[in-house]
Design a protein around this ligand. Structure first.
Ligand code: NDP
Length: 451
């Protein structure tokens, strides 16, 4: 009898776990993967993908408004939340089926249960109680949203529930100032809800470039969202059929829903990890080395459970590198430098590289190029909006260290700018590139005035 039932046991069938399973199986490994909820994980089932579908839906209202200046009369436009959610669910089900089919094609067995680690090579499947012996274990079991510890927290929803609401809230209070709070605030506003964003800090989106943070907030406020800074939700009370959020300054905000988006924590509890000796870092994530190996040599971890860069494509890279390294005899590490990211707010943010503040912290002497301009579409639509583009350039080497964009299609632009930044492009390379006219992106190659 073989010593192990499988070569690799993966816990969590999200983007990272599925990629690792497929690549390992492609290298000839016998793989089993456990999933307690739905195959596809956070990104596909209740994260990036459904969020982007809702973002698309939310942008029609702005398009309808803008259409008038172009000669259109849009009348009778009505929005139906149940239709959107049903269509979104259909698409998510299609994607889940595709994930399952891909795993099946490579003979990866799916165990639909919670799985916990019993020792360095043993997994217990909670549904059946069965034990599986694995030469290598991969933790790819993600993170979950936290609720604040305040009176009435049980009345709040998180992004998980926001995707399944029976009806669109007429009034929603959203707590937090990170990616999720900002994206949901914008999308609910676009769908017609009255949105109040409450953030404890003095500006939204900590970690982003300060110009980007200020610019987006002013655009959001200009579109009619209420943004309250320096406050947090202190309690939530049920009042008849609705809720009331009371802020730390005593202000009361009636709402149909209160959404908490104050961060996500790695799923490391009740997994048997401590008992087996898998060490966590200060933030409670699995501590791993550059090859995603934990303190127990046969146990690896990738994605949000390690809280390195909680982004889907990063988890996928980490899973791929792990599988190539351990099963493909092709050791390599996931590269966490110059990872582009976007906030699908309205207008959206696309960035790659260092913010001005981070670059200064790292000791760079900088040249800053920044332009704020009216996008062409706004001339006829009459919308009071402007786009922001900013390059953070190392004065000594002239390398572009950071590209920061706020405006329509910023995410698409950031993905392409990321190639240049990753290649070490200099400001002179940007300047040497002929503008593509008329676009907004051409501003990136025509930024001449240092600030
Ligand atoms: P973030 O860590 O981005 O933001 C959490 C926010 O909640 C911060 O504004 C933080 O404030 C605030 N906060 C934290 N604790 C408290 C508290 N106790 N009371 C009040 N406010 C609090 O978390 P998210 O949940 O928004 O997103 C989680 C991760 O998911 C992101 O970091 C990102 O990696 C990923 N993600 C990526 C997306 C994308 O790529 N488009 C979209 C959605 C998620 P402060 O700044 O003061 O700490």
């Amino acid at each position: 009898m073989a010593e192990y039932d499988v070569d690799l046991f993966v816990i969590g069938a999200g983007s990272g776990g599925v990629r690792a399973s497929r690549v390992a199986a492609g290298h000839g490994a016998r793989v089993m993967i456990a999933e307690e909820y739905r195959v596809g994980g956070t990104c596909v089932i209740r994260g990036c993908v459904p969020k982007k579908l809702l973002v698309y839906a939310s942008r029609f209202s702005g398009e309808f408004e803008d259409a008038a200046g172009f000669g259109w009369t849009v009348s009778g436009a009505k929005f139906d939340w149940p239709t959107l959610i049903a269509n979104k669910d259909k698409e998510i089900a299609r994607l889940e089926a595709a994930y399952r089919a891909n795993l099946a094609r490579l003979s990866v067995e799916i165990a639909e249960t919670r799985a916990i680690v019993e020792d360095a090579h043993t997994i217990r499947l909670l549904k059946s109680g069965a034990r599986v012996r694995a030469e290598t274990i991969l933790l790819a079991n993600g993170a979950h949203p936290v609720l604040p510890q305040i009176p009435g927290a049980e009345h709040a929803i998180t992004s998980n529930e926001a995707f399944q609401l029976k009806e669109l809230p007429r009034r929603i209070v959203i707590q937090g100032g990170g990616y999720i709070a900002v994206e949901f605030a914008c999308l609910f506003h676009g769908l017609g809800a009255d949105v109040t964003l409450v953030h404890r800090g003095d500006e939204i989106l900590r970690g982003f470039d300060d110009d980007v943070r200020r610019h987006l907030r002013s655009e959001m406020v200009g579109r009619g969202l209420k943004v309250i800074l320096g406050q947090t939700v202190a309690s939530i009370e049920k009042k008849g059929h609705s809720l009331q959020a009371t802020l730390t300054n005593g202000e009361c905000h009636p709402a149909d829903q209160v959404m908490s988006a104050i961060g996500r924590v790695p799923n490391t509890k009740n997994m048997g990890l401590e008992e087996v000796g898998v060490k966590s870092n200060a933030g409670g994530a699995v501590a791993v080395d550059e090859y995603s190996q934990s303190s127990v040599p046969s146990i690896y971890a990738i994605g949000d459970v390690t809280n390195r860069l909680a982004l889907t494509p990063v988890a996928i890279r980490e899973g791929h590198a792990f599988a190539d390294t351990v099963f493909g005899n092709k050791p390599h590490k996931a590269d966490h430098d110059n990872v582009p990211s976007a906030v699908f707010s309205e207008p959206e943010i696309g960035v790659v590289g260092l913010s001005e503040m981070k670059a200064r912290e790292k000791g760079f002497a900088l040249d800053i190029y920044r332009e704020q301009f009216r996008p062409m579409k706004a001339t006829l639509s009459g919308r009071a909006t402007s786009m922001l583009m900013k390059l953070v350039v190392d004065r000594a080497s002239e390398r572009v260290l950071g590209v920061h964009i706020v405006g329509e299609a910023a995410a698409e632009m950031a993905q392409l700018a990321a190639i240049a930044v990753k290649m070490g492009a200099k400001k002179s390379d940007f300047d040497a590139t002929v503008a593509l006219h008329p676009t907004a992106a051409e501003e990136l190659v025509t930024l001449h005035n240092k600030k």
